[in-house]
Design a protein around this ligand. Sequence first.
Ligand SMILES: Cc1cc2nc3c(=O)[nH]c(=O)nc-3n(C[C@H](O)[C@H](O)[C@H](O)COP(=O)(O)O)c2cc1C
Ligand SMILES: [Fe+2]
Ligand SMILES: [Fe+2]
Length: 396
Amino acid sequence: MNNHELLVKNVWSVGANDPGRRLFDGLIPLPDGTSYNAYLVKGSEKTALIDSVDPQYSGKLLENLHAQQVTKLDYIISNHAEQDHSGSIPAVLQRYPEAQVVTNAKNRDFLISLLHISEDRIQVIHDGERLSLGDATLRFYLTPWVHWPETMVTYLEEEKILFSCDFFGSHLAPEYLTSKDDEATLRAAKRYFAEIMMPFSPIIAKNLEKLSPLDISMIAPSHGPVFGNPAFVMNAYREWIKPSYRNKVILPYVSMHGSTEVMVNHLTKELEEQQQIPVERFDLTEADIGELAMALVDAPTLILATPTVLQGAHPAAAYAAMLVNALRPPLKHIGLIGSFGWGTRMVEQITSLLPNSKADLFDPVLIKGLPRPENLQDLTTLASSIATKHASIFTN
Ligand SMILES: Cc1cc2nc3c(=O)[nH]c(=O)nc-3n(C[C@H](O)[C@H](O)[C@H](O)COP(=O)(O)O)c2cc1C
Ligand SMILES: [Fe+2]
Ligand SMILES: [Fe+2]
């Protein structure tokens, strides 16, 4: 995305690209970097900035506003208090002392506590309220828990643009402004959904419904490209929240000395060759957890494979279980397999790490030491139990 690029008449993209960023929230890998999009709307009477950028790019945002000859700024609309969008608001308020932040009451409280913005610089709006900029009208819709409690979206009525902030975002740092609506864009949006939005799928469904009466000609999110064809990303969201299951098994695993790996290989072979169920394996010592999250969006079954380490699961597997618990994927079935040496409590441990899960548990398959051929029978049985469950999902 180039600097201060014209989006439609009187609306400019004035944010910043961050192609080199590799990690978000100290957790999420960013193979393609990201962008912090902010938008400038120049009405006949007033000028508004919609969201800001990560604080390290404050200078770039101010430069872009300067290049747009913004000498007076009336409003800064804050759709979301997370610092990648709000973090430059203090710098903008300092540069434009007449500007007021416009946001909802919850977001006001966040901005005060997270950024120490003075209360008298914040104007509170309510759900459905309008703000006139002269010949341009902004309307605000509260969309809580997409993905924080204060999140909202802003709709420019005349141009029918939805400024959706994180909703419909993707971690991409594109050189172009408008989405190419290709496979790579869809993957990035799905990955973003999986990492950020999936835990809130039921409430996202309600928010999608809330926005559905709007006539939207363009979605301008705060990460990644703008969608000139809103149906491209909105229909994808409808699929992901449903969810539409695929006939596959997700198999994250770790093995220190190869015994659990023998089990993983046998189960994979049984599932793929005997049961015709594709397996997506993730070696947890090197897996990109964004890829794992994405695989879980439409997976009915997860089998976690781990040796026992100091009574419990290997820490990499415990971490995967915690992620699954936090991301709340729509799993129907979960299983646990692995090798141990002398005694294990990993079933109790992993189960206790999954309190949010509503999935059924297969009988665990735990094998002492290096599996012998006769031990592997339990995995053959597990594969056939999985196939029975999948048959009922995919024939209904
Ligand atoms: C650091 C370490 C700690 C272990 N702690 C336990 C344990 O508490 N209980 C147990 O039954 N086995 C324990 N084991 C043994 C492994 O679970 C066993 O060797 C298993 O077969 C390893 O599987 P892998 O080859 O897939 O890594 C431990 C092994 C290591 C290396
Ligand atoms: Fe966010
Ligand atoms: Fe964000």
